[in-house]
Design a protein around this ligand. Structure first.
Ligand SMILES: [Zn+2]
Length: 192
């Protein structure tokens, strides 16, 4: 069920004027509030990486792709990989930004597992990408806009909550949510 977007709780401390917000209903469920438990340095890294993810999303839009961007950070907050959707360019329905970034990061570290890493993405991952993040053993998924129709983390299949999910990353949703949502809204409005 979609959250009442009018009920917001401010998350995050020490971020200056860059307030992080998430719906209270997620907070009440003890979900999507991990950012306020991070150290200041890690919060900064997540915020910076969401900017990079937004750049990837905008670049994807310029290519005619659904504008979603993703970044994988290592445990120290360094960017291992970044990607935007490439489903049209690659003729690959699975070429979602998250999957591309996860694969690139794994190749870089020469391991199929990415413990300690964070997947930062502009949109709530679909079931495929949420499951992939679990398979890659990332420690954290940070996403921007919630996706009541296609999301698979907080909506729909909620694959990370399934008994078949054996590794559940921490989930932080709603980071720079308005900006992430606006990139998508503008893209689809321009195509109508
Ligand atoms: Zn996906």
């Amino acid at each position: 069920m979609a959250c009442d977007s009018g009920r917001w709780a401010v998350l995050g401390v020490g971020l200056g004027d860059r307030l992080l917000m998430a719906p209270k209903c997620h907070e009440a469920r003890g979900r999507s509030t991990g950012l306020d438990r991070m150290t200041g340095t890690r919060q900064e890294a997540v915020m910076d990486s969401m900017e990079i993810a937004l750049e990837e999303a905008r670049a994807a839009a310029d290519r005619g792709e659904v504008p979603v961007g993703a970044v994988v950070l290592d445990a120290a907050g360094r960017v291992l990989a970044r990607a935007g959707n490439r489903t049209e360019a690659d003729c690959d329905a699975g070429a979602h930004a998250e999957l591309l970034a996860l694969r690139a990061a794994a190749r870089l570290v020469r391991s199929p597992r990415l413990p300690g890493c964070s997947l930062v993405v502009t949109l709530e991952p679909c079931p495929m990408c949420a499951q992939a993040a679990s398979f890659f053993r990332v420690s954290r998924i940070v996403f921007g806009a919630y996706d009541p129709k296609g999301g698979g983390v907080e909506h729909g299949a909620r694959v990370l909550d399934a008994t078949s999910c054996h590794h559940r990353p921490e989930v932080v949703g709603g980071v720079r949510e308005a900006e992430c949502r606006e990139v998508l809204r503008a893209f689809f409005a321009a195509r109508r």
